[in-house]
Design a binder for this molecule. Structure first.
Ligand SMILES: C[S@@+](CC[C@H](N)C(=O)[O-])C[C@H]1O[C@@H](n2cnc3c(N)ncnc32)[C@H](O)[C@@H]1O
Length: 272
């Protein structure tokens, strides 16, 4: 069993990991993240104390599912690409997506989080781990500059200061020849609501960065072009909404019809 001593924004990884592990056990699981379930079983921590609701598990699985799909698309279009999975926490994306060995995949997070990952997950061809805070971009110099690079960050940018987000995006857009950057972003109101979530508040993590208009980033980061913007609970057939409780279904019904509510939480994909 692995002991965990995580606080603040690092401790939030336990929430998203638990969500994915539990969603994989629900009937009709979307994410089927059995790797997360196996990791949770090896961590000495009382996850039940989170009191996570089924709707929250499904919602977090939906966010991860869309980002997985965007990663798969990029890899299929760019054989031999590089993937930078930032703020990876204990997320098992590299195992869910299972890229071919010619893809170079880097999981990046704080050094102690990366040490925990090493203890919990196996290695695989083309897969590397980098321990660094996002405030220090020195690790970027270790990434090859001759291939398209996809940056994927789930549940990370909201914890960074605005200048950290912009420095990171500018460095990526200047250093690499081309690629995409995919992440979740919250409007100012969305961030205020997320900060009040009892599970995240209990970690002491501070949520900092919000984005009301995705086009603002085009102006702030030269070379960046918005490719996709979608509501975090977007889906064409409503199959996941049908799994929600009645109150959550009512909230989704309302959000679908009121644009400012859909902007509370979005998944964004930019090209550079
Ligand atoms: C909500 S968790 C998300 C983890 C993972 N992406 C997932 O979806 O399961 C936030 C992650 O961002 C990492 N993180 C937050 N701020 C960071 C920073 N300044 N530098 C490096 N990692 C950071 C935390 O350590 C944590 O693993």
């Amino acid at each position: 069993m692995e002991k965990v001593h995580l606080t603040g924004e690092k401790a939030t990884l336990l929430i998203t990991l638990h969500a994915k592990a539990e969603e994989s056990r629900l009937p009709g699981s979307l994410l089927q993240d059995h790797h997360a379930a196996e990791a949770v079983a090896r961590i000495d921590h009382d996850f039940s104390a989170l009191g996570m609701r089924r709707d929250e598990m499904i919602g977090l699985a939906m966010r991860a599912y869309t980002l997985d799909a965007w990663v798969r698309e990029f890899i299929a279009a760019h054989r031999g690409a590089t993937v930078l999975h930032l703020g990876c926490g204990l997320d098992s994306r590299v195992f869910r997506v299972a890229p071919p060995p010619e893809v170079s995949w880097f999981d990046v997070d704080y050094p102690d989080v990366i040490a925990l990952r090493r203890a919990l997950y196996p290695s695989r061809p083309g897969y590397q781990l980098l321990g660094s805070p996002m405030s220090d971009l020195g690790w970027l110099s270790r990434i090859p500059t001759d291939r398209p690079v996809l940056v994927v960050a789930e549940g990370l940018f909201l914890y960074l200061a605005e200048d950290e987000v912009l420095s990171l995006l500018r460095a990526v857009a200047t250093q690499f020849p081309s690629g995409e950057i995919a992440f979740d972003a919250y409007s100012r109101m969305g961030l205020a609501l997320a900060s009040r979530n009892r599970m995240f508040r209990a970690t002491g993590a501070v949520m900092r960065w919000s984005l009301d208009n995705p086009l603002d980033l085009e102006a702030q980061v030269p070379g960046l072009r918005l490719r996709d913007e979608q509501w975090v609970y977007e889906e064409s057939d409503g199959a996941q909404w049908a799994r929600f409780s009645w109150p959550a279904r009512a909230a989704v019904w309302l959000m679908r019809r009121v644009a400012p509510l859909r902007r509370l939480g979005r998944l964004l994909r930019y090209r550079y």
